[in-house]
Design a protein. Structure first.
Length: 159
């Protein structure tokens, strides 16, 4: 969007902020990468009539990575999303969270599994301004700390 505004000679000011997926993770009180479970996060969206997804970036292909997947602005497509994620290899019991209006007073948080999240989304009438987070990190517990926090790790300045 900035590129188009600049091409039109419209001044742009970028104000740093917290991305919706990071706000959602904080609200959930969960890490999105966990040693031995998932060390990558995929941020994506779904195809729209005006903007298709590039080859190899459909949800089933991304789900095949079996890592933490964050889908932006797609709650209204939950009925189409769940089958694609299952086709890609996530199990029906894979933990899922949907966070609408993250960090705003009207925020809504749903937690469940792929098998039941669509029903919850419909019941809560969430249709937009939400992130869908999928992955075993949401249900992880009792995992070891990252080496970064290991008592045996040498500490000191990087400078």
């Amino acid at each position: 969007q900035c590129r188009r505004l600049e091409e039109l000679g419209i001044p742009v000011e970028i104000v740093p902020g917290v991305p919706a997926f990071a706000a959602a993770a904080a609200i959930l009180g969960r890490e999105l990468t966990v040693p031995g479970i998932a060390q990558s996060i995929i941020l994506t969206r779904v195809a729209t009539l005006s903007t298709p997804m590039p080859d190899g970036e459909d949800l089933a292909a991304l789900a095949a990575a079996q890592t933490t997947l964050v889908i932006h602005l797609a709650a209204h497509r939950i009925d189409a999303i769940v089958p694609q994620l299952l086709q890609g290899g996530y199990a029906p019991q894979t933990p899922v969270a949907v966070v609408a209006f993250a960090s705003r007073p009207e925020q809504q948080v749903l937690r469940g599994t792929l098998a039941g999240i669509a029903e919850q989304v419909h019941a809560a009438a969430i249709t937009r301004t939400a992130v869908i987070i999928v992955g075993d990190v949401l249900g992880a517990g009792g995992f070891p700390d990252s080496y970064l926090y290991s008592p045996g790790r040498e500490r000191g300045s990087r400078h």
